[in-house]
Design a protein around this ligand. Structure first.
Ligand SMILES: Nc1ncnc2c1ncn2[C@@H]1O[C@H](COP(=O)(O)OP(=O)(O)OP(=O)(O)O)[C@@H](O)[C@H]1O
Ligand SMILES: [Mg+2]
Length: 232
């Protein structure tokens, strides 16, 4: 981008590499968001998440970092996913495949009719999806325990089952990756979701259920993970 970088991109020069800036520039010219009003929401292990506004209204941008990314972990998770077993190496391509995987998983979630954000676009390491929440992003379950835990929990388990019947497991479910959208659960952070043909799928599924049950039980709503696993 160099000297021709528009002023509004300069503030991000220290945050993102030039490759990512070019991708963002391209997406902003396609009106998915405007660069001026991006609001940072979260800086995670692998991605920076922003809230933006554009032709689809409020959106969330998940920008996987090309530096300081754990290529090995990503690669390790993907090699058993038949859809991505061809991906190899330790380069940008692994990160792009990781972003693609989250995009496709969100499409699958939609097709399975479970509550998850609608994905709008993925390009290179940038994923754009629907923002969950009105006016502002919905809080995480960990920060907003539902007033009606039974209702929330039952809907969550019903979505887990639906996704399972559709042939998928989330694989990284916890109070951090479930949003409380006005008392209703929405699953996010789908990059680790995988088809049941992955030999790790069942262990992931059981772990997901155990983590959620433990969280609800700790907060005073007692649930038995074994019973749920048995009734899948
Ligand atoms: N579609 C969305 N709508 C509203 N808020 C979102 C949405 N997606 C992500 N967020 C917010 O951004 C935070 C981080 O997103 P996410 O969990 O997908 O990434 P992450 O945990 O940083 O990923 P990783 O662990 O792979 O780095 C979430 O906890 C949530 O608060
Ligand atoms: Mg997360």
């Amino acid at each position: 981008m160099g000297k021709t970088t528009p002023e509004r991109f300069r503030v991000y020069k220290n945050v993102f590499d030039n490759f990512t800036l070019r991708t963002l520039f391209d997406l902003s010219t396609k009106k998915y968001f405007t660069m001026e009003n991006l609001v940072p929401i979260s800086i995670g292990k692998e991605a920076n998440v922003f809230w933006g506004q554009g032709k689809y209204g409020d959106v969330v941008l998940k920008i996987y970092r090309l530096q300081s990314c754990d290529f090995n972990k990503m690669y390790d998770y993907m090699r058993y996913d038949p859809r991505f077993s061809e991906i190899s190496g330790h380069s940008r391509k692994v990160v792009f495949a990781w972003a693609q995987r989250e995009y496709r998983n969100l499409l699958n979630a939609r097709e399975a009719r479970i509550s998850a954000p609608t994905p709008f676009m993925v390009k290179n390491n940038v994923l754009i999806m629907e923002m969950v929440g009105k006016i502002r992003p919905a809080p995480k379950l960990k920060d907003a325990f539902p007033k009606k835990p039974k209702e929330f929990f039952d809907k969550l388990v019903s979505d887990i089952k639906k996704f399972y019947k559709f042939g998928y497991v989330h694989g990284d479910l916890s109070q951090f990756n479930i949003l409380n959208n006005k008392g209703k659960p929405v699953m996010i952070d789908m990059s680790q979701a995988t088809p049941l043909s992955n030999p790790n799928a069942m262990p992931f599924m059981k772990r997901d259920i155990k983590i959620i049950c433990k969280f609800f039980t700790k907060n005073g709503y007692e649930v038995d993970s074994e019973k749920i696993i048995k009734n899948l």
